[in-house]
Write a protein that binds this ligand. Structure first.
Ligand code: CMP
Length: 149
């Protein structure tokens, strides 16, 4: 069924935002809403609260607040899993070493650098998607999901 997910184009890939958006659209997603912002350290810590206490947390916050990001609400049949499949493994180096199939390449393989600078984010579950969409679009009127997809 048609779902929504949250995508983020991270500071390391913001210059490739147009190309990434093309990949998003070519893979059958609809971009319902889009917002370009610079996160404060506090907002970023709140967004990534599940990783609080991990070794990479401070540098993750430094990276994600280092420049503008683009948050996007994507809609598609099976959007959450489909977007995770399109972006590939968290570690961009690992993403470059594998391909989903002969004709496609992962977003993180193309635009990411390593396990931290990995170009994009995708919600990992329906619960996360709901929370993450609300995080970036707290008081927006929810756009209807286009029918026929
Ligand atoms: P993301 O999918 O946005 O979720 C958490 C982020 O933390 C992840 O992408 C990476 O940017 C970063 N991350 C995850 N694991 C590591 C790691 N081992 N070292 C550094 N950064 C990491």
């Amino acid at each position: 069924f048609v779902e929504r997910t949250l995508a983020i184009i991270k500071p390391d890939a913001i210059e490739n935002a147009n190309e990434i958006e093309d990949m998003i659209l070519k893979n059958g997603f609809t971009i319902l809403q889009k917002r370009r912002i610079i996160l404060s350290a506090e907002q970023c810590s709140d967004f990534y609260s599940e990783h609080y206490g991990k070794k990479f947390f401070p540098s993750l916050v430094a990276f994600m607040t280092s420049g503008p990001i683009l948050a996007l609400i994507l809609a598609r049949e099976n959007a959450i899993l489909s977007w995770r499949e399109l972006i590939g493994p968290t570690n961009s180096t690992q993403a470059r070493e594998s391909h989903p199939d002969r004709f496609r390449i992962y977003v993180r393989a193309l635009f990411g650098t390593n396990e931290q600078k990995n170009a994009v984010h995708g919600s990992d579950s329906a619960v996360s998607a709901e929370r993450e969409i609300r995080f970036f679009f707290p008081n927006s009127i929810v756009e209807p999901i286009p029918l026929g997809r």
